[in-house]
Each structure stands twice: as C-alpha cells, then as structure tokens.
Design a protein around this ligand. Sequence first.
Ligand code: PFF
Length: 515
Amino acid sequence: MATQPRAREQWGTRAGFLMAAIGSAIGLGNIWRFPSEAYKNGGGAFLLPYLIALLTAGLPLLILEYTIGRRYRKSPPAAYRRMSGPAQVIGWWQVAICFVIATYYAVILAWAVRYVGFSVGEQWGDDPDAFFFGDFLRAAEQPGWISSYVGGVFWPLVLIWIAVLAILALGVRRGIEVANKIFIPLLVVFFAALVIRAVTLEGAATGLNALFTPDWGALTQGSVWVAAYGQIFFSLSIGFGIMITYASYLRRRADLTGSALVAGFANSSFEILAGIGVFATLGFLSVSSGTPVEETVTSGIGLAFVAFPAVISSMPLGGLFGVLFFGSLVIAGLTSLISIVEVVVAAVQDRTGIGRVPVVLGVGGLVALVSILVYPTDGGLYLLDAADHFINQYGIALAALVALIVVVWVLRKLPVLQKDADATSAIRLGAWWRVALGVVTPLVLGWMMIDSLRTEFDENYAGYSTGFVFWAGWAVALGALAFGVLASLIPWKRDAELVGVEPEAAPDAPVEGKH
Ligand code: PFF
C-alpha cells in the first residue's frame, strides 16, 4: 500500500471546476423532470416556490458542500470523519447511494445512445410505446425476479462504461475537467438548436401556454412546495456527496460562494430552457394529433422514449431532431454519471491510499459490472424504477437531512465553515445562510420525508400488487444505510489516514475527531 503522502489532485482552472460542477448538475433531471413538475404544480406560478427553494435551500446547501469539500479536502467519508469519527457513516451512506444510482443511470444513457441511432429512419414505427417496452426492452409483464438477459443495450452500455472509466482514469484535470470543457459547450449548442426548432414548430404556443399559464391557487398547496424543493435538490445534485468531492480538488483560494451562484443559476437557466423546448414540442404533438396538451404530458422514461419518438415521426426532418434530442440526453447524462462515479472512486482512494487507475479499474469496474449484469434483463426496468424512486426519496433526501442535523446542530460547524467561505469571496454569507441551513432546509426535508412515507404506505408505490417493487426498493434504500454503518466500523490504518494530507493545508485544517 502506498504510504507516501501524495499531493491531492487539483482542477486546472476555476472555469474547469465550474464546468464540472455545472456538468454534474445538468442531467436527465433538467430535461425530463423539470418540465412536468412545473406543469403539474401551478405552471408559471411554480417558478415562485422554485425560486424560493433555490434561494433558501439550493444555493445554501451548494455553498455548504463546497466549503466542506474545500476545507477538509476529502471525499465525503474522510471529510465527515475529519469533522468527527462517527459522522463518516453519512459519507459512506452517500457513497453507497452514488454506487446504486450510477448502476442504473448508465443504463438510461445506453438506451439514449441506441435511440440516437433509431432516430435515423424512425425505427420505432407507428407504436413507439410497444416498440420501447416490447421490442426494445422486452420487459416482463409483471415485476419480478430476473429470468432472461436482453442483449439490445449490451454494447452501448459497455461503450458508456468504457468512456466513463477512461475519463476517470485520466484524472481530475486531464480527464474530468477536459471532458466537461468539451461536453458542456457541445450540449449548449445541441440544446439551443433543439429549442429553436421546437419553438418554431406549429402549435408551440399552445404548449408554452399550457406550461406557463400561472395557477396561483396552487401556491396554497403544500405538495407544490414539496415538489419545488424536491426538484431543486435533485437538479443541483445536492445530498449525493458529489459537490463535496469536486470541491475537494479546489485550491485554497477559490471563491466558493461566487461559484455556487454561477453553477446554481446556470443549472436553473438550462432547466427553464428545457421546459420551453419540451412544452413547445408537446404543443406540436397536441396540435398535430388533435389530443389536448394535458394528455400528451409525461415525464421521465415515457417522455423521452415514447412521446418524443411520436413527435419525431410526425415532423419534417424528424430524424435530425431525434439525433439532437437523444444526443443531448447522452451528453447531459454522461457528465452527471462521471461525477457520481467519481464519488465512489475518490472515497476508496482516500480510504486506502491506492492510486487512481487501479481504483477506477477495480471499483469503477465493479459498478460497471453490476450495471451491465442487472438491468438489461426482463425484470430490469422494474428494478430500475424501484431503485430510482426509493434511493431518491429515502436515500438522498434522508442522508441530506441527517447530514444537516449533524453538521449544523450536533457538531456546530457552520460558523467555521462560514468564515472559510467568506475568507475567499467578495460575497459575504449572512445570517440567512445559517437560518436556511439550520432551520428552513431541515424542516422542509423532514416534511418531505413524512409526506412521501405517508403516500408510500397509502398507495404501495406505483400500485404494484405483488409488492416486489416496494420491497426491492426498500431493500436498496436501507441497504445503502446499512453499508454506511458497516463501512464505518472498519478501523482506519494510520498510514492510509495520512495519505493526501499536504503540509500546506490551511493551518486550521481540522484534525479533530480521529479515533
Ligand atoms: N442533477 C442531476 C440531474 O438533474 O440529472 C442529478 C444526478 C443524477 C446527478 C444522477 C448525477 C447522477 F448520476
């Protein structure tokens, strides 16, 4: 095992870090989640709770994760452990969550890769729904155990994993930073072309009216506010440990608060742009097929792989539109996937002191293997759905709530973190930052938890009578927590502990909490 302290990798430039942070934030959530959330929760009026959620929870949490990452210069387990030994449970819990998400997120990207190809020639024929679930995924009728392997996405999935692991193996500066500097501008070009085409379609105005017509009455409903906060958390990638990891590669003097504002507003702008693009397209679908807009609205898999193919088939030069749309999904998702696998890689590196390349091949390879073996199967779609729902509701959100309570109320770290952030930024954090993190966000997260538990047990998620999805989902969500606890029980070796602690770390860099 390496025992020589080695300098931590660093971003080459501030722009490089920003691109990577924005690349992580902009993902499938922006393209297929935001538009329908906004539509269902008050349309134009949704922008108000959304903005409030951004200001009272999103940006404060983003700044918190950046400060933790830069101060402790570690991935989540080691960073929390430096605050206090037992707090590392939170870090390992986040690592397990990232592991699970990475396994299925890659599969969706592989579908999108295949659909870039299918767009040319509109290979889904007249029934995109039957094509996707039947011909392409060959999903079982009922959720249940895996009984056969479906080869259709094998090669694209292998390709995605080779790309991700190669980029990670190249390192923070030569791999992650360079990839984001290429992909993000490319995504902007693709998406801009897509939105321009969408708003010039016939019927675009109908769709945009449906999206933006404000229903102010919605603001009196608690669920609309829950949706706004939920969207902000997911969309900004907070609570995964990603931002702690990325910020651990920052230089001591980097401006954190300013970067958080840039990343946060860039992400929201992209999201609103996606809302415009998606609804203009749905307006076209509604007008050309004579169905009311509300019947065309879907989100997630249904939007991307069923509604969009239908649109593509009915427009002139649809193939090109399809390539732009699925290409955007692939690029947006790839930069998010890279960030989430990096959490797992960095955690193992920090823990063992082993070099990047062997860890990427070993641990990254394990993520890839699980992904390739489990999901391209007849039961895979249901497992994906279960993992996604439960890990989001009871993984990310709960881990974020516990992290906040521990950092703010148990360890009382806000004052020192605030001092850290203020030392390198022209923008000073005021009392609002502490109130947002200590009071507003924990209350909202706690409320969200109670709210979703209530629906869960009332409705038995997604109404699957077999309960398979329900139990598989709980097993994954609780399994992540159990992993967090177990991993924390293994004692740290002294030498591994020293790896990566540079002598030039700030004099007040904390070493408390070792045990
Ligand atoms: N902010 C990301 C999104 O909007 O899709 C959330 C995310 C999901 C990040 C999955 C990373 C990831 F692997």
